[in-house]
Design a protein around this ligand. Structure first.
Ligand code: ZN
Length: 103
């Protein structure tokens, strides 16, 4: 993985966690669309393992439902996920202050 992708992989995880907390529930397709609006092109081969890792780390919980004959996984944040987001938020604020505001 090149360095730029490594940075973005972190940003993408934060986006996913943020939406899981604030939107209540997210599905893979929805998050892919949302990430695209931020300029990230994330293939299913990258997105689903990322969601799976967030789940295995205890930040997301998954629920499988069938809608119009299609099985879909919906992800929502756990208490640990909310805590991790709150912690990241402080770091992001610091980073933004330094990188954007100090130039
Ligand atoms: Zn977002």
């Amino acid at each position: 993985m090149d360095m730029e992708r490594e940075f973005f992989a972190g940003f993408i995880k934060i986006h996913i966690l943020y939406h899981a907390v604030h939107d209540g529930e997210i599905c893979g397709a929805g998050i892919a669309r949302e990430l695209a609006t931020h300029g990230y092109t994330v293939s299913p081969g990258t997105l689903y393992p990322t969601l799976h890792r967030l789940e295995r780390s205890g930040y997301l919980k998954v629920e499988q439902r069938t809608e119009r004959g299609r099985r879909r996984k919906y992800y929502s944040a756990t208490a640990a996920g909310m805590k991790a987001l709150a912690k990241s938020r402080e770091r992001i604020k610091e980073l933004v202050e330094e990188v954007l505001e100090r130039g």
